[in-house]
Design a protein around this ligand. Structure first.
Ligand code: ASP
Length: 437
């Protein structure tokens, strides 16, 4: 058994969190590959090392002194080292890093040091080998991952050392320079490492006990999701639930490796298990897996008696495309179709879009409805249960929530309804209470 465990910024924010990570790693022999983020915030007034390092770069660029920020970074790291009596010499390296800094030092070089130093501390604290991401995460010249070289390097490091710590978030370009991923990228490093060593599970340790069935700012104490498929997760993320870095899912999904989201502060919680498919016997009683949504959509409805649907629809889609307004949902009627796009994406172009639709499609009428929220109930069980959509519409209707549009994906994984923006929170609560509560 081999597990890859990635610990996020809040899990390594200070000495206390380091202790929790050590207890988690030591509790399971198979946690042999550890990926570490840069120390994050210890409380609401604190700063992430990564943010401080981005600031260092900005100061250098504008020729403003960054001494104080560098001192804060250094103090954070040395405090952890001293409190835990970690036998690693990072102060020498920190001095060297500071000495070499100048206005031409690349931003990647600077911000990657958050992960680098935090991981050096953690590797020594756990007594694992430190393997620099510069030596095992490789990008091609176009910035995309060089899978083959990366997989081989990680597998070789595990073979050689047995237990390793890799800093997340960055890797090396063919030019030898460092390159950081997008924000939150340590999730991706973890997934890459899990895929490289064909881990039995990829554990992503954070500060929540998994994915919740609904946004806790809207539904009080929503239940956590125990099991969810990658496809369901994609639907929820698309509809606005912020969960994992999107690119962090692909490497493990491809290899059929389950992804387990866990809470460093509550290791006793099982968290959420994300899998390719859920066996019949493991199905939960719930009809739906989760609820998510977003506000501020515009619905453009085109009416035309006896239209050639495919022709008019294609024309309308092309017009949206030309104005860079992605169509997120489509509903069809006999003599009409409706396209739903985010109001922000449409912007003022909405008037040109309408004008062009009128010119090209020659409709009887075009209607626009703004301030629409789209709310999705997502669940793999919906396709096998008759009457779920009926129940859903009834629940909303009983509470006086007007449904402006309905869209069901062809894979029957989600039912999405459009309601007025001001009914958004209400709709989510009603759906949660009727299906999950
Ligand atoms: N430290 C980086 C960030 O704050 C990457 C990560 O934490 O995953 O975005």
């Amino acid at each position: 058994m081999l597990k890859v465990a990635k610990f996020g910024g809040s899990s390594v924010a200070g000495a206390e969190q380091f202790r929790k990570v050590k207890a988690i790693v030591e509790a399971d022999e198979s946690r042999r590959v550890i990926v570490i983020s840069a120390a994050g915030k210890r409380d609401g007034n604190d700063h992430k090392l990564t943010d401080l390092l981005y600031l260092v770069h900005a100061h250098l660029t504008y020729g403003v002194s960054c001494e104080e920020i560098l001192r804060t970074v250094e103090t954070r790291l040395l405090e952890i080292r001293d409190e835990l009596e970690i036998p690693v010499d990072i102060s020498g390296e920190l001095q060297e890093f500071k000495r070499k800094l100048n206005k031409d030092t690349s931003v990647d070089e600077i911000v990657s040091r958050g992960e680098y130093f935090t991981s050096k501390l953690m590797a020594s604290y756990l007594d694992y080998a430190f393997v620099d991401a510069a030596d095992c995460i490789f990008f091609g010249l176009d910035g995309t991952l060089d899978r083959e070289t990366t997989d081989a390097a990680i597998a070789e490091a595990v073979e050689k050392y047995g237990r390793i710590v890799i800093p997340g978030f960055y890797g090396q370009l063919p030019t030898g320079r460092l390159r950081v991923m997008s924000r939150g990228g340590s999730d991706i490093t973890g997934a890459i490492a899990a895929a490289a060593v064909k881990a039995d599970v990829y554990e992503n340790w954070t500060d929540v006990s998994g994915i919740l069935m609904a946004d806790p700012r809207i539904v009080p104490n929503p239940a956590p999701i125990e099991k969810i498929t990658f496809a369901e997760l994609r639907e929820l993320a698309f509809m606005g639930a912020s969960v994992l870095h999107e690119e962090s899912v692909q490497p493990v999904k491809e290899k059929g490796i389950p992804l387990n989201i866990r809470n460093t502060n509550r290791p006793q919680d099982p968290g959420t298990m994300i899998v390719e498919s859920v066996g019949e016997l493991e199905q939960s009683e719930r009809f739906i897996t989760g609820i998510a949504g977003r506000k501020n959509f515009t619905i453009v409805t085109v009416y035309k008696h006896a239209m050639k649907l495919s022709h008019s629809l294609r024309q309308a889609l092309e017009i949206f495309d030309r104005y860079n307004a992605p169509v997120e949902h489509i509903t069809l009627g006999l003599d009409s179709f409706a396209l739903v796009s985010s109001s922000a994406a449409l912007g003022d172009a909405v008037y040109d879009v309408i004008a062009e639709i009128k010119k090209n499609c020659r409709p009887d009428e075009v209607e626009i409805r703004e301030n629409i929220a789209m709310v999705s109930a997502v669940g793999r069980k919906m396709s096998s249960q008759p009457g779920v959509s009926g129940r859903l519409f009834k629940a909303l209707g009983d509470k006086g929530i007007n449904i402006r549009t309905i869209a069901q994906g062809s894979d029957e994984l989600a039912i999405t309804v459009g309601v007025e923006n001001e009914q958004y929170e209400n709709a989510i609560r009603v759906l949660y209470d009727s299906f999950a509560g």
